[in-house]
Design a protein around this ligand. Sequence first.
Ligand code: HEM
Length: 712
Amino acid sequence: MAQVVEKVVNAAIGDAKTRQMESFTLEDNSSTPLTSYFGVPIAETDIALRAGARGPTVIEDFHNREKISFFDHERIPERVVHARGAGAFGEFKLHTPLTGLTTAKILTETSKTTPAYVRFSTVGGSRGSADTVRDPRGFAVRMYTDEGNWDIVGNNVPVFFIQDAIKFVDLIHAVKPEPHREIPQAQTAHDNAWDFMALHPQSTHMQSWVLSDRTIPRSYRMMQGFGVHTFRLINAEGKSTFVKYHWTPHLGTHSLVWDEALKLAGQDPDFHRRDLWDAIEAGAYPKWELGVQLIPEEDEHKFDFDLLDATKLIPEELVPVQNIGTLTLNRNPVDYFTEVEEVAFCTQHIVAGMDFSSDPLLAGRNFSYFDTQISRLGINFKDIPVNRPVCPFHTTQQDGQGQMQSKRNRARYHPNRFDALPITSPANGGFKSYPEVVSGIKERMHGPKFNEFVSQAQLFYNSMSAPEKAHIVAAGQFELSKCEEHEVQQNAISRFNLISHDFALAVAEAFPQVKVPDAVPNHGRKSEFLSQVTGKNQTFTAAGRKIGIYVLPGFDYAVGAAVKAAFEAASVMAKVVGPGTGPVVGSNGSSLTAEFTFENSRSTHFDAVVFIGGPDDSYVKGLKNGRLIHVIREAYMHLKAVGGTGNAVPWITDICLPGDFSAGAKTSSEVVLENGAVLAPSAGLGAEFAASFLEGVKQHRVWDREVSHIAA
Ligand code: HEM
């Protein structure tokens, strides 16, 4: 009954999930005295009971034992994959209904705002590993619909390594740290990973994505997400339409550069987690469009790949993505453990009006998640607040470790003499599996189209811009250089040769002992939707970026304040960096407040860096500091927008980056744009400088900047 009332209240006043979570959230403060687990107020918690001040500690001290014993059992097993992650709450709002295609209200009713939750993750690393390693990112979305939880447990890459879940165990054993010495952590750059990939033709397409910039995202906020598998939508007449799900970020899809990713793994291992947290706290709520590719049932076989093969995408030239709703993340968790570590996603969480396809990878996932969560969280993990649906839930299941609900129903079976827990007909919203016609011989086989492995790998590589291809080559060289066995390098490069002969030759330049096989035919086709530089679905904006504004005491306050204000007006997170945290006093006695210091941050923490000039030569003397010179050189090397005003300009052109700018750049009375650096040597150009600089930030990176002479 209580749950029925809750449903009515939820429908009336929105975010049911927040209210539900709040009822499980404890407020500990100065008016809530410390007690034992069973409510006894505690008078002493710092010194254990002992027989004499210097005597033995006694076992009688239940508070001491409770405290230590609970601590001893604080840890639970980390996820067997995707152990490292970050989560946030938000909402989903449909704007374009899929009327007539599904009975699921979340995809047909535009009036409803549905509470949502997302957990982003890396795949291979342990719970404490670094955020910026090369790895696909998990992109798991839950929608707490009025008809039950709907999870799209996807990745930021639209395809997968393998076609059949029976291979998942082999894949993960191969990519995880090598078992004899547990090295390397959170990396695919080792013999086992590339041995597996080279020996599995089915992973060829995924290899091209793994080596691309997609696996070193700039931010969780700047990643696409994909449901990967083909699912079904089912309408009121029982007709099925195949569907693939896409998430497209409003901030565009952007990546770090590899040197930056490597450095960040040490400088800020929480880089992505922090970025998501900070953006939400700052009110810069990340948003994604939910897009669908819809394929009528009768078109199932019209493609030259199989819709059931998760190593293939559907090129958007063949089936366009239609955006239907917006996901917004607007609330950080209160408690990481209960709200992120204990969340339990599962691909089998779908609602009426949807169904699975017969993708053999999906079938295994539908088993695996629930199964692993039993040992990770205990059989009653459905009662953990973050996992509870917001609609009523009543089952005939009972008991089990950690059971919390007392059920008045005495007949926990079906049917029963009380008519308790009646079933719901499909016409009234009950889930019904799609009555798919199947036939065939029971055998260990896949459909014939599963045996083509190269075409889409070529499509992906062919579609990349020149800098993206160069990054794929460099990634291939890096990964294989960490492999110690020649056979692994040889096999991997032979496989790369199937993607592109030029690519294989380029990677092989770093491996003189490897023989590149003869060229194989390349179909030469490209897709206009796959590149992050030239892709049609790409967005370029300065919004949501973090810019470091560097100031020394005595800086030109008018310029610094104008630049900061202009950045903030463009929804940029403008962060002042000074010699210490707190106020940095400018030339006119006014100050900006530094959040970062020259020592506690690096250029890698920012999307772009700006140095504000000061009154005289003594100011420039302060800039002649190795740490600050390195900021400009490193940001420049990482192809970021860099800039300066006033006398910070000659410091940039002559000391930090000598030889890269024209003679007039440091004396011009206008704002100068050269090599992606924005320079305003003359006073009074704060607003013009900021406008030009934001244009540079918007481009994400200066891809054609020549940096081979810079040591970062
Ligand atoms: C298309 C392929 C796949 C994708 C996109 C994918 C995605 C994900 C994501 C996003 C998570 C993290 C969920 C979270 O944030 O809590 C995850 C976890 C997991 N995945 Fe997958 N996965 C794929 C394939 C598989 C397969 C084939 C299996 C097993 C046969 C599998 C087993 C698991 C397991 C056991 C977890 C840990 C779940 C937990 O402990 O809560 N995955 N996967």
